[in-house]
Design a protein around this ligand. Structure first.
Ligand SMILES: Nc1ncnc2c1ncn2[C@@H]1O[C@H](COP(=O)(O)OP(=O)(O)OP(=O)(O)O)[C@@H](O)[C@H]1O
Ligand SMILES: [Mg+2]
Length: 344
């Protein structure tokens, strides 16, 4: 399998810089998620790796060798697109055999490979069916089988689960991860679904507006975001501006002990689930008032106000508080993430 390296890849479409110097390494056999919002350049990056687009500048290396001048069919990389792009007039086995036929693989060998793929993706009994006779999950498995039949060294999956309903998405995710592990194929999974990226990958690369902002293990990107932009992408956050003075975070709400001392002017990032609400003063925190409450079964979303600052809190539904109620917002500032304040 290949190690993929992208070096300073840029792409301009109609005067718009869509990719702004992408640097990325995907190790041999690794499953990496490229996670970012719609329009940030994920599909463009995959197409450049596959050879469907050429970069305006930069280099792509497979196992240390530049492949920018190597045509699509010789790169050893395949893309599975979101809408599968199966050939409607071909049966399942004909679809799977397509790439092998193009590669001029002889019929007996083709047959063996198609059988192997049908077993791998568990499509036994569907060999003679046409795409219109298949469910979404089955279509997707045909697309994956067709891609894997030619034994690629790099698998590029572009939002492969987004057309499936929640339950099918979960089972297909597990299924694809199992195949990836079994074959040890270097894989890039493009998604805008945070949970999907965190659940499926060895590492996650967060791409925002044509730039990779952070690469790390799922825990690293979620727990230690490199900037508020990355943090916000993983869900709504609260920010408190303040100063670090002799081991204390000093802000509008008071003075709180913290282990942080890297920058003097900071923004404390507090996740809605990190605020615990109580009706009496308990540990480190401050008083506030409930502005609104939204019930969501096992959790409750509150909007709060404290010292003229609005905060969001997500709490479990064990203790319920009502609008206008005075509550203590318990926050452990020793575990809080601080970013350097913009104006310091
Ligand atoms: N062939 C093209 N010609 C012109 N502009 C393009 C082309 N392909 C993509 N773009 C533009 O490049 C930007 C990035 O597109 P891209 O498809 O890479 O985004 P994406 O991250 O995959 O988004 P999504 O999650 O919606 O699929 C968009 O603004 C898009 O309009
Ligand atoms: Mg896309």
């Amino acid at each position: 399998m290949y190690k993929i390296e992208l070096k300073n890849i840029s792409k301009v479409f109609e005067n718009k810089r869509v990719l702004k110097g992408i640097n990325l390494i995907v190790n041999e056999g690794e499953m990496l998620s490229l996670l970012g919002p719609s329009g940030c350049g994920k599909t463009t990056t995959l197409k450049i790796i596959a050879g469907l687009f050429s970069p305006d500048c930069g280099d792509i290396l497979f196992n240390g060798k530049s492949i920018v001048n190597i045509p699509v069919e010789k790169r050893g990389a395949v893309i599975v697109f979101q809408d599968y792009l199966l050939f409607p007039h071909m049966t399942v086995e004909e679809n799977i055999a397509f790439g092998l036929k193009m590669a001029k693989i002889k019929k007996p060998k083709r047959r063996v490979k198609v059988r192997e793929m049908i077993d791998l993706v568990k499509l036994d009994g569907c060999e003679k069916k046409y795409p219109s006779e298949l469910s979404g999950g089955q279509k997707q498995r045909v697309a994956i089988a067709r891609a894997l039949a030619i034994e690629p060294k790099v698998l590029l999956l572009d939002e492969p689960f987004s057309n499936l309903d929640t339950r099918l998405r979960e089972s297909m995710r597990i299924f694809v991860c199992d195949i990836q592990k079994k074959l040890g194929i270097t894989t890039i999974l493009v998604t805008h679904d945070k949970e999907e990226a965190l659940l499926t990958s060895h590492r996650v690369a967060v791409i925002l507006d044509g730039e990779i902002k952070q690469i790390g293990t799922p825990a690293e990107v979620y727990e230690k975001p490199s900037s508020p932009l990355v943090a916000d992408f993983f869900g709504e956050k609260n920010y408190l501006e303040g100063e670090i003075i002799k081991g204390f975070f000093v802000c509008k709400m008071g003075k709180f002990k913290t282990g942080f001392d890297k920058y003097p002017r900071v923004m404390a990032m507090i996740r809605p689930e990190e605020i615990e609400l109580t009706d009496s003063e308990e540990g480190s925190g401050f008083w506030g008032r409930i502005l609104s409450k939204q019930y969501a079964g096992d959790k409750i979303y509150y909007k709060l106000s404290a010292n003229d600052i609005q905060l969001k809190c997500m709490a479990n539904s064990k203790n319920m508080f009502e609008a206008n109620q005075r509550v203590w917002l318990k926050i452990d500032f020793e575990k809080t993430i601080f970013f350097k304040a913009e104006k310091s």
